[in-house]
Design a protein around this ligand. Structure first.
Ligand code: UD1
Ligand code: MG
Length: 455
């Protein structure tokens, strides 16, 4: 049985923030959330998070009943942190130790450590760094690991060692419990070092088996905003490469941000500077123009979204044309072959097949039928200052430009509204309804002339 401990009690002083470090976001998700996902992917029977700095903010932000939270009220080192969680861990399993501020470790990098622990060894993840300053060094004798020495406790010769401890290790829980109970804090930092268990393992003839990550960045922690930004770029590049591999055309993989999941069909094309948040699905042949933001959206096959379009919590149907500069707000569904053009805002509305709202309009709380044409500058007045009301526009209605529909109101099938109409009562099907005054011409009328000032 695998149980996973995530250490997340540290303050993260260098983030210069009131938010606990592990709650800072990478790709839209708290750092700790990435590590929790990794723990789930590894199939942990229990995942235990040791928290401290920031108090209840951490368990509140990631409330998840699959997690066990353990408070480390004062931080006396990584060994002390592990000790707080030990009572939660089953005697007969193995424990993998991860860190809430190391978000990008691949599952495939961690699996061999778990396998080592399951076969009675101690699995330790190490990495060779050209600049190992600050890290614990892996001390070997005749090639075998004998102990870890922390940078602050190391001799100059030890500081020359380039193989460093990532902190990530896996071992039988029974042994971990025994060794942690024996830790002392007689070192440069006066802390209980988890790393001291390596020498104990060697003493007890437990093999220490080291593994390396596929990429160095898999073991990088976040200590500052600069490091957070650096890992964000690395992670975004990974996402972009996976999309390219899946056949998506990215006009520039360096100018794409996915903060959530982006699922694409075949022959999807995404232009530069698009942001995808939450869960976004783009079906076959969807094209997304430059500078679009899509959040929790599904887009059906063959739809083209032009530049600077923002879509939030909506379902977009097949073969639509949206944008440039359209805004689709929550609760909107667009059926087939719908056109939404520039400076059009649609909120909480259902638009049926073949309808067109091409210019400068607000459509809110509206049910629109098929093949409706909405003229430029049309506004549904859905709000009376206190309550929202619905507008119903039936099939094949033609709405002239600069029309206001004061909800609740219904426009019957095939009706036409003349330009400039302010519709306050239902418009009957098949008829022309208009509300403007009759046009008249005053013959011989003269414009006023500017009076000349005296002197
Ligand atoms: C630790 C390792 C070092 C390794 C390095 C890798 C020890 C003694 N040293 O050093 O060998 O090279 O990580 O980054 O383990 N934490 C707690 N409670 C505590 C102390 C720490 O939860 O009381 C958490 C922190 O939030 C952090 C992690 O443990 O996520 C590591 O702590 P940190 O103090 O940064 O360890 P290092 O000194 O860098
Ligand atoms: Mg420290």
């Amino acid at each position: 049985m695998l149980e996973i401990l995530i250490l997340a009690a540290g303050k993260g002083t260098r983030m210069r923030s009131d938010l606990p470090k592990v709650l800072h976001r990478l790709a839209g998700k708290p750092l700790l959330g990435h590590v929790v996902d990794t723990a789930h992917a590894l199939g942990a029977a229990r995942t235990c998070v040791v928290y401290g700095f920031g108090g209840e903010a951490v368990p509140q932000a990631l409330a998840d009943d699959t997690l066990t939270y353990v408070l480390q009220a004062e931080q006396h080192g990584t060994g002390h942190a592990v000790k707080q969680a030990l009572p939660q861990l089953a005697e007969n399993g193995v424990t993998l130790v991860l860190y809430g501020d190391v978000p990008l470790t691949h599952v495939s990098t961690l699996q061999p450590l778990v396998v080592a622990a399951q076969s009675g060894k101690l699995g330790l993840l190490t990495v060779n760094l050209t600049q190992p300053d600050g890290y614990g060094r892996i001390v070997r004798e005749s090639g075998r690991v004998t102990r870890i020495v922390e940078h602050k406790d190391a001799t100059p010769a030890e500081r020359a060692i380039q193989e460093v401890n990532t902190g990530i290790l896996a071992v039988a829980t029974r042994q971990l419990k025994r060794w942690i109970a024996d830790l002392k804090n007689d070192n440069a930092q006066g802390e209980y070092y988890l790393t001291d268990i390596i020498a104990m393992a060697v003493r007890d003839r437990v093999d220490v088996e080291t593994h390396h990550p596929g990429y160095e960045w898999e073991v990088l922690g976040v200590n500052s905003k600069a490091q957070l930004a650096q890992l964000e770029r690395i992670h975004q590049n990974e996402i972009a490469q996976a999309l390219l591999e899946a056949g998506v055309t990215l006009m520039d993989p360096a100018r794409l941000d996915v903060r959530g999941t982006l699922v694409c069909g075949r022959d999807v094309v995404i232009d530069v500077n698009c942001v995808f948040e939450g869960h976004v699905q783009l079906d076959d042949n969807v094209q997304v123009g430059a500078n679009c933001v899509l959040r929790n959206v599904t887009v059906a096959a063959g739809t083209r979204i032009d530049a600077f379009t923002l879509i939030d919590d909506a379902a977009i149907g097949e073969a639509n044309r949206l944008g440039p500069f359209s805004r689709i707000r929550p609760g909107t569904t667009l059926a087939r072959d719908v056109h939404v053009g520039n400076f059009v805002e649609i909120k909480n509305s259902q638009i049926d097949d073949g309808s067109k709202i091409n210019h400068l309009s607000y459509v809110g709380d509206t049910t629109m039928g098929k093949k409706v044409n909405i003229g430029a500058g049309t506004i549904t007045c859905n709000y009376d200052g206190a309550n929202k009301h619905r507008t119903v526009i039936e099939d094949e209605v033609f709405v002239g430009s600069d029309t206001q529909l004061v909800a609740p109101v219904t426009v019957g099938r095939g009706a036409t509204l003349g330009a400039g109409t302010t519709l306050t009562k239902d418009a009957p099907a098949g008829e022309l309804t208009l509300s403007r005054a009759k046009q008249l011409t005053i013959a011989g009328w003269n414009r006023p002339v500017k009076q000349k000032k005296e002197g």
